[in-house]
Design a protein around this ligand. Structure first.
Ligand SMILES: N[C@@H](CCC(=O)N[C@@H](CS)C(=O)NCC(=O)O)C(=O)O
Length: 205
């Protein structure tokens, strides 16, 4: 299968790291959706990354849907989100929190990236930054409880860890003034543990 999109996108990066942890074979097409939209639009009508193209040409898009399909393809012994029940709901809540923080970091970043300086609305950026801090703070509490373990409990890394670590790294990169590594030391410790793993370090922006 092929993963389209650069690792600068947190959604692409969480899919890439997940592919590695699931042990699936994949190729990478590091397309910038803004510089080369045609490479994406032929597979994804909304022209966003990540887009995954399976070997038979079937396209998957929207990272939640992609990761759901990848867990299914990899099989129950390897899945990164529990298949059902309270454990699934709990992990999904953490993943949704991490993705919410990513969404807000992207929104804050795009405000400056795509508007001329006189049209950048600082209060809107600050509103989004507050939501980033809320989401990461929530994840930090779980990281404190997890200690040397994993956010979703269990014996091995899961999707809650992957998405939280990616969210923290992305927020740190695009909103450095928030100093998220200092503000959320438990999450930062989890991130340091994970970013040292080949599955993450090989998919660094
Ligand atoms: N909810 C989507 C978000 C994907 C997304 O916003 N990707 C960005 C890159 S970070 C993108 O493709 N932006 C191009 C655009 O929206 O025009 C997901 O989880 O896959």
């Amino acid at each position: 299968m092929k993963l389209i999109g650069g690792f600068g996108s947190p959604y692409v990066r969480r899919v890439a790291a997940s592919l590695n942890f699931l042990g699936l074979d994949w190729d990478h097409e590091a397309v910038s959706v803004f510089e080369n939209p045609d490479a994406v639009s032929k597979h994804n009508p909304v022209v966003r990354v990540p887009t995954v193209v399976l070997d038979d040409g079937e396209a998957l898009f929207e990272s939640f849907a992609i990761l759901d399909a990848l867990d299914d393809i990899a099989g129950d012994a390897k899945r990164l989100i529990p298949a059902n029940g309270a454990a699934r709901r709990s992990v999904m809540r953490l993943v949704a929190t991490a993705c919410g923080a990513m969404d807000k970091a992207v929104t804050a970043y795009y405000e400056g990236r795509f508007h001329p300086a006189e049209k950048v609305h600082e209060p809107w950026i600050e509103h989004n930054e507050g939501q980033i801090m809320g989401g990461l703070g929530y994840l930090d509490e779980f990281a404190a409880k997890a200690g040397q373990g994993w956010l979703g409990g269990g014996e091995r890394i899961g999707q809650a860890d992957i998405s939280a670590v990616v969210a923290l790294g992305f927020a740190n990169r695009v909103r450095p003034k928030l100093e998220v590594l200092n503000k959320f030391p438990n999450l930062a410790e989890l991130a340091a543990r994970c970013e040292g793993m080949e599955e993450f370090s090989s998919v660094t922006p």
